[in-house]
Design a protein around this ligand. Structure first.
Ligand code: 0O2
Length: 222
């Protein structure tokens, strides 16, 4: 993408970059909707509850680049900030997360640059989510630009926790009182327990329905 920036100080470069990130979000968003529709068509089940897309605000980009210790140039933003374009996939069950990650990994026109599995390795705060950094080719009239998109995949319960924790983190600017951080870690544990229970329950329901269908089929044969 660096080649798409002709003059790093130019306002037009910023507009070009934002245009590319928005285009990348459209590409990945559509791709994921198609995967979800196909899954519904084949298995009568939607692994994705909903999809959220966003481009990071300029303020948030600048804050992050400063936190990383780099000069605030467009070149550095493109190089070092991986989540300027972000897609969040919210699922019902943890199993959906890995199913989706596999489906995304199998897309031949998406390059998986890195994976961070905060479900198997949660952050000290209790944060759980599955992050995939992908590069998507954006076909322009005279060139193709590989553009980075961060895909975050999490359950409804993980998303509920992360939204509240994010609000608290910003409210206290990263210095929340100890009892709040402790309560949040406890809630994260509850989220994991809830996700496990819901998955087990869902498997049990599926099994019951299959047995019932088999019984009905046998009855019909008689
Ligand atoms: P915001 O305001 O949501 O945009 P990297 O340079 O990619 O190695 P980075 O960007 O920290 O490092 O990568 P990571 O770990 O994939 O985190 C990217 C985003 O995930 C964050 O963006 C958050 O949206 C989310 N995230 C990561 N850790 C936490 C956490 O502990 N709690 C919550 N609520 N969200 C988290 P930003 O820019 O930090 O924030």
């Amino acid at each position: 993408m660096e080649n798409a920036i002709k003059n790093y100080e130019d306002v037009d470069s910023w507009k070009t970059i934002m245009f590319l990130y928005n285009a990348a979000l459209k590409e990945v968003g559509t791709k994921l909707e198609i995967l979800n529709d196909e899954f519904q068509h084949v298995h009568q089940y939607n692994p994705i509850e909903h999809i959220k897309t966003r481009v990071k605000t300029p303020e948030s980009i600048v804050k992050k680049i400063r936190r990383y210790g780099y000069e605030t140039s467009i070149e550095n933003m493109v190089k070092y900030i991986n989540d300027i374009a972000g897609v969040r996939l919210i699922c019902s069950f943890t199993s959906d997360i890995y199913r989706l990650a596999e489906m995304i990994g199998n897309q031949s026109d998406l390059k998986v640059l890195s994976i961070k599995d905060y479900i198997k390795n949660p952050k000290a705060s209790g944060y759980k989510s599955y992050h995939m950094l992908v590069a998507v080719p954006i076909f322009l009239s005279d060139s193709v630009v590989e553009t980075k998109v961060e895909i975050q995949i999490r359950t409804i319960a993980m998303d509920f926790w992360a939204s509240l924790e994010h609000k608290i983190y910003y409210k206290f600017e990263g210095n929340a009182p100890d009892y709040i951080s402790k309560d949040l870690r406890e809630c994260a544990q509850m989220v994991s327990t809830l996700d496990e229970k819901m998955l087990t329950l869902n498997e049990a329901i599926k099994k019951c329905l299959e047995e019932q269908e088999e019984l009905e089929a046998n009855e019909a044969k008689k």
